[in-house]
Design a binder for this molecule. Structure first.
Ligand code: ATP
Ligand code: MG
Length: 394
């Protein structure tokens, strides 16, 4: 992997071995930045940046025509692939004049572009070439957070397996925006409600497909997550991720059934939607409820139990990708070890070692234990650099 002007890295080029890779270093040294780079290549989106410019090195940003890049040469089951993301200043009109350079550094917007084997590609067609699953300490949000967090969990998982799903999601978002705009115009009496018919058909066409895909993914995930959860928690309590679509659906959901129910729902809700000026039904309102023995985890489970649920959900995501793709995802474990007791730390490391490549960050490598540490590929991360830990000290 090589990084140019990405976050804290001005220039880095490194070869990572297979197996467990331990990225060690004090807080703020750039460990998570490395995982973010890998994640970005896989998902075509950062797991934490809200704007692309944040990811461009702050020193480099001050220079006109600043450029940043992440590149990785991957050995995948179906051959070798080079993935690349470039960040460049968007819009020629933004080129700075000398007196406005300082301001430019503060305001320039960047956009990212993707290449696969040197050929430019749209972001949506890059997702799924390299599969990745990231675990972070913040992932407790999967249970405690808003429904959007759980929708994203499902959407990223399914998108990595099927680019039709990602395209359908993108179309759905556009249709939703148009339909909401129309609802507002109808409310203001500047459009007629007859115009809704067209957008309802469009919304249902994409929406029913998304609902069916989510229901299918959840049933596969449950089959994997429940036994993982029992093993990790050392209990028989059954974990189930229950689909909660915005309209009640029967247990067996097909595209046709979802389309029919969604259409009926939209007809029933029409007046209310016009009054509110936005679309109240559809996959943008779906949720997934993690339950333990039929009880809502967010309300009843302890924090430690929630941690176990989240680990099971993440490992299930990885396992599902592995089974469906016939290719193991890269695991990215950011700061999760210190949150776990020794027992579960050992279990997670055992599970992670079954994958071809797993990156683990930690600020305290002592918690791992000398025997396990000696079997890991250790790297020392310090601002701007990543160096193998010399074997004499391993
Ligand atoms: N665009 C950028 N340009 C330069 N430096 C950046 C940029 N974005 C982030 N950084 C720097 O990267 C560092 C944070 O990196 P990162 O989040 O990877 O740390 P970490 O090693 O994971 O720390 P922790 O152990 O606290 O999680 C900070 O020093 C921050 O200033
Ligand atoms: Mg970090």
């Amino acid at each position: 992997m090589s990084l140019v002007n990405f976050r804290s890295y001005e220039n880095l080029s490194l070869e990572f071995p297979e197996g467990l890779i331990l990225l060690e270093g004090a807080n703020g040294q750039g460990k998570s930045n490395l995982l973010e780079a890998a994640y970005l290549l896989a998902i075509a989106k950062s797991n934490r940046a809200s704007a692309d410019r944040e990811m461009v090195n702050s020193q480099a940003r001050a220079v006109p025509h600043a450029h940043a890049q992440i590149m990785a040469d991957l050995t995948l089951a179906d051959g070798d692939v080079r993935l690349q993301v470039d960040f460049s200043v968007s819009g020629a009109s933004l080129a700075p004049s000398s007196e406005s350079e300082a301001r430019f550094a503060e305001t320039a917007t960047f956009h990212k572009s993707f290449r696969v084997n040197g050929v430019g590609r749209r972001a949506s067609t890059v997702v799924g070439i390299l599969n990745a699953v990231m675990f972070r300490a913040e992932d407790l949000e999967l249970v405690y957070g808003t429904p959007s967090v759980r929708r994203r969990y499902l959407d990223i998982l399914i998108s990595q397996l099927d680019d039709r799903y990602l395209r359908s999601l993108q179309r759905y978002q556009k249709i939703l925006a148009q339909r909401n705009h129309l609802l507002k115009r109808i409310r203001q009496r500047s459009a007629s409600s007859d115009e809704l018919q067209f957008w309802d058909v469009e919304l249902v066409a994409e929406g029913a497909f998304i609902i069916e895909q989510r229901a299918n993914a959840l049933s596969s995930l449950n089959a994997i997550a429940a036994p993982l959860h029992s093993e990790l928690g050392g209990v028989d309590d059954r974990l189930e991720l229950v689909y909660r679509p915005s309209v009640d659906m029967p247990p067996e959901i097909t595209v046709d059934i979802a389309a029919e129910i969604l259409t009926e729902g939209l007809t029933e809700e029409r007046d209310r939607e016009i009054a509110q000026g936005f679309t109240t039904l559809g996959p943008h309102r779906d949720d997934v409820e993690p339950q333990i023995d039929g009880m809502e985890a967010s309300a009843y489970a302890s924090r430690g139990q929630v941690r176990t649920i989240v680990l099971a959900m993440k490992l299930a995501e990885a396992e599902h990708l592995k089974i469906r793709r016939g290719q193991e995802p890269v695991l990215l474990l950011d700061d999760v070890l210190s949150e776990l007791d020794a027992n579960r730390r050992a279990l997670i490391l055992d599970k992670a070692s079954l994958y071809q490549q797993c990156f683990i960050t930690t600020a305290e490598s002592d918690i791992i234990g000398p025997e396990r540490l000696s079997r890991m590929n250790r790297f020392d991360v310090a601002i701007g650099s990543v160096r193998p830990v010399p074997t004499t000290t391993q």
